[in-house]
Design a protein around this ligand. Structure first.
Ligand code: GLU
Length: 329
């Protein structure tokens, strides 16, 4: 079988929580079981949301849990040239165009237009030139000027290893999406495709909140003339009791928070293992998880994190008793 490669790609926008940790553990175990190489990539282009130090913290947390990788960490922010080369290529072909629309303008214009019902607004095409025109690449990277790609009117089809056969009408869902933002930076969609392609990623494994991004990324592969489109695997997310993606509203589920309380990594892996179809146990190392993890037993549904899980972690037989005088956060 040809050489395969995947990536762990944390965004340093905050500390890793139980949901991120489960996705990374599963990606890692799948890769190690299948003999894929693993790249660690820090997706740090999301301007204002990036938290200083969160990259090192994520790396440390992954190591503490017992995960490892073969290449990296590579930082997206360290060299923007490959993204601008890709943008220039798209601009020269007239496939992207500059856009100055504000969010309020898009909101107003798309009130009557259909959109995906997700967080993202559908772009109604206000700045789209009527014809394919070569955009001036000198304008790339200019502040206050975003860039959008012309999305065709036909559906994109692909097969996801877990979600199965998919068909998305990207034009209906989000319209001409951003490839560069008004901060003069490449968008998440563009950066991920450029990186996955140049890093030789053949297997993308990530949370299913990114499933709807995949057809956009496939359109970019096509527009950039990149071959070797990866195989995609979208893992069901961990959600709170309200069915929403695990977040602050569900309490402090950061791995570092449990670690500070004295909860050992093996206790956390044991919970993640129970969430991944392995028999429940009091503790488990990442290496043991790897030995026993069975892809076919991975639950098909999203995992619900409850306060019982939180109590179970904190009641770890290995944790020192918590002091009633500990400062409350
Ligand atoms: N960095 C992204 C995130 O943490 C993942 C990127 C990807 O897997 O495509 O959500």
């Amino acid at each position: 079988m040809a050489f395969q490669k995947t990536r762990l790609a944390p965004s340093p926008t905050g500390a890793l929580h139980l949901g991120n940790a489960r996705t990374f553990l599963l990606t890692w175990a799948l890769a190690r079981q299948q003999g894929w190489r693993i790249v660690l990539r820090i997706d740090d282009l999301d301007g204002p949301r990036i938290k200083p130090g969160a990259d090192q913290q994520a790396i440390e947390t992954l190591r503490w849990l017992g995960l490892d990788w073969d290449e990296g960490p590579y930082y997206q922010s360290h060299d923007l040239q490959p993204y601008f080369d890709a943008l220039r290529h798209l601009a020269e072909q007239g496939l992207i165009y500059p856009c100055r629309c504000t969010r309020a303008e898009i909101e107003a214009a798309s009130l009557s237009a259909p959109h995906a019902g997700e967080h993202e607004l559908r772009y109604p095409g206000s700045c789209r030139p009527a014809q394919l025109v070569t955009a001036d690449p000198a304008l790339l990277g200019q502040p206050d000027l975003a860039w959008r790609i012309r999305v065709p009117d036909e559906p994109v089809e692909f097969s996801d290893r877990r979600a199965g056969q998919r068909r998305h009408d990207v034009q209906q869902e989000v319209g001409d999406f951003l490839v560069a933002t008004k901060l003069g930076l490449p968008s998440y969609q563009l950066a991920v495709v450029v990186d996955d392609a140049r890093q030789g990623i053949t297997q993308v494994v990530r949370g299913d909140d990114l499933l709807s991004s995949t057809p956009r990324q496939l359109l970019l592969y096509r527009a950039l003339g990149l071959g070797n489109v990866p195989q995609y695997t979208h893992l069901p997310l961990v959600v709170g009791p309200d069915g929403r993606r695990l977040a602050k509203r569900h309490g402090d589920t950061r791995i570092d928070h449990y670690r500070q309380q004295g909860v050992p990594a093996e206790r956390i892996i044991a919970l993640l293992a129970r969430w991944s179809g392995l028999p429940a146990g009091d503790r488990l190392s990442a290496a043991e998880f790897l030995r026993h993890f069975d892809w076919d037993r991975l639950p098909a549904d999203r995992v619900v994190f409850t306060t019982a899980d939180d109590l179970w972690l904190a009641s770890s037989p290995f944790a020192p008793p918590s002091s009633p005088f500990a400062p409350r956060k």
